[in-house]
Ligand binder design. Structure first.
Ligand code: DOR
Ligand code: ZN
Ligand code: ZN
Length: 441
């Protein structure tokens, strides 16, 4: 039996309209008025949005289960209106071979949301990149949690492999030489708090790495996605890029944390790239203008114990998959951005960039992945209510207006006020082959 969501405002065809959505066999069967045919779910006074796609999460399996796992991470996702996640390869061991990808798939089988993966770049794995069938290969230009810096040669070779395989090359863009020099300086000066992090992992370091990645991209002719863009300097470089091939994302923490906010959070706010608070207005403007394609959480949990170490020893990263959509809805309520910007950045653009079949739109034939949203709901973010295994958030204590109240993955209610679906399991998203996509157009 089918389902009908009625009485809500549906984001379809690029705008919000009072429509019903009929769901059959996990797919959107019809979007229109006066629809019938199955169990009705009343959505009066609610928005019906495509489920969010978080194209950047670290669910930490295998190897770092003390920080996160797929059960907790995917619950956090659906509680935050996220219906598809793309997991990063810096697990332990990293996802840099077909065998390790198979291993990761066994962990992800426990997921409550749908998922895909970024393959990892490593010396000597070009043939596996070409064979893996994933939408993306990730390259770390600088050292960060469980990953070493790739040199220029590896980057170019990986970009070439990505182009041949029709994949997107996703880059963590920071320059290790600049960071190392800054670290030396900082240690000599005795800097030892997160307040200095944005000087050490500086905007200049990001800009240099983005420039290098763009140069390699032009040489290889590949698709390039810059992860977690954090500075106005890097943003400027994106203006020169071929926007048919180059895209980028921003995180909620780079958009919404002030300098005072960062200082108050201590090492919890130690993230790479650093939070350059004075640039956050430029990032928000670029997001609204479509110059930044996506918002992604870079959900990167660490335990409180690890984060309680002194600045130099604390790991970088923070959770965020659960608070991403609520933060954006709240910002929308404050007229900082529009619902259309949110849907573009969380749904349609990530689906397009990573060629996720059937995802990102409320449209006949697409997967019925849906976030039902109450724009008037008010709630404070609390550490205790977080589903992530690490049980903390950068936004604890923030009062937000606008919350997802029900989340559906392929027509299954996975999260609602009744709690989480028991027994439902997400699936790996298939990738639209580039030749097929061209034929569509
Ligand atoms: O802060 C970060 N944490 N940046 C990254 O690139 C990696 C991430 C992690 O995996 O902890
Ligand atoms: Zn990164
Ligand atoms: Zn990351």
């Amino acid at each position: 039996m089918g389902l009908v969501l009625n009485g809500g405002k549906v984001f379809a065809g690029g705008k919000l309209r009072r429509l019903d959505v009929r769901i059959e066999n996990g797919k959107i069967a019809e979007v229109g008025t006066g629809l019938e045919g199955g169990r009705e779910i009343g959505c009066k006074n609610k928005l019906i949005l495509p489920g969010a796609i978080d194209c950047h999460v670290h669910f930490r399996q295998p190897g770092m289960e003390r920080k996160e796992d797929w059960e907790h991470g995917s619950r956090a996702a659906v509680a935050g209106g996220v219906t598809t996640v793309m997991d990063m390869p810096n697990s332990v061991p990293p996802t840099v071979s077909l065998a390790r990808l198979e291993e990761k798939r066994r962990y992800a089988a426990k997921s409550l949301c749908d998922y895909s993966f970024h393959f990892g770049a490593a010396a000597g794995n070009i043939s596996d990149i070409k064979k893996c069938g994933l939408p993306s290969v990730k390259i770390y230009a600088a050292e960060t949690t469980a990953s070493k810096a790739a040199g220029a040669k590896l980057m170019l070779a990986t970009f070439r492999a990505a182009r041949e395989a029709g994949m997107t090359a996703a880059v963590h863009a920071e320059d290790m030489d600049i960071i190392r020099a800054n670290e030396l300086l900082a240690r000599n000066k005795g800097w030892n708090s997160v307040a200095y992090h944005s000087y050490i992992r500086s905007a200049e370091s990001e800009a240099k790495a983005v420039a290098n990645a763009l140069a390699a991209q032009r040489q290889a002719g590949s698709k390039l996605h810059i992860c977690h863009l954090s500075s106005a300097a890097a943003l400027e470089l994106m203006e020169e890029a071929d926007r048919n091939l180059v895209s980028c994302e921003v995180t909620p923490h780079h958009l919404f944390l002030s300098k005072a906010g960062v200082a108050g959070l201590g090492n919890l706010a130690k993230v790479n790239p650093a939070i350059h608070s004075s640039d956050r207005k430029a990032l928000l403007r670029a997001l609204c203008a479509g110059a930044i394609d996506c918002v992604a959480s870079d959900h990167a949990p660490h335990t409180i114990e690890e984060k309680s170490r002194p600045y130099w020893d604390a790991p970088s990263g923070a959770p965020g998959v659960e608070t991403m959509l609520p933060l954006l809805l709240d910002a929308c309520n404050r007229d900082m951005l529009a619902i259309a910007d949110i849907v573009r950045a969380l749904c349609s653009r990530p689906a397009e960039i990573f060629r996720l079949a059937g995802k990102g739109q409320i449209r006949t034939g697409f997967d019925a992945d849906i976030a039902v949203v109450d724009m008037k709901a008010r709630k404070a973010v609390e550490n205790t209510m977080q589903q992530t295994k690490c049980k903390w958030t950068l936004f604890s204590g923030r009062h937000l207006r606008g919350w997802p109240v029900m989340t559906m993955v392929r027509g299954n209610i996975v999260y609602s006020k009744e709690g989480f679906a028991a027994g439902f399991k997400g699936a790996e998203v298939s990738v639209v082959r580039p030749d097929l996509r061209k034929a569509d157009k």
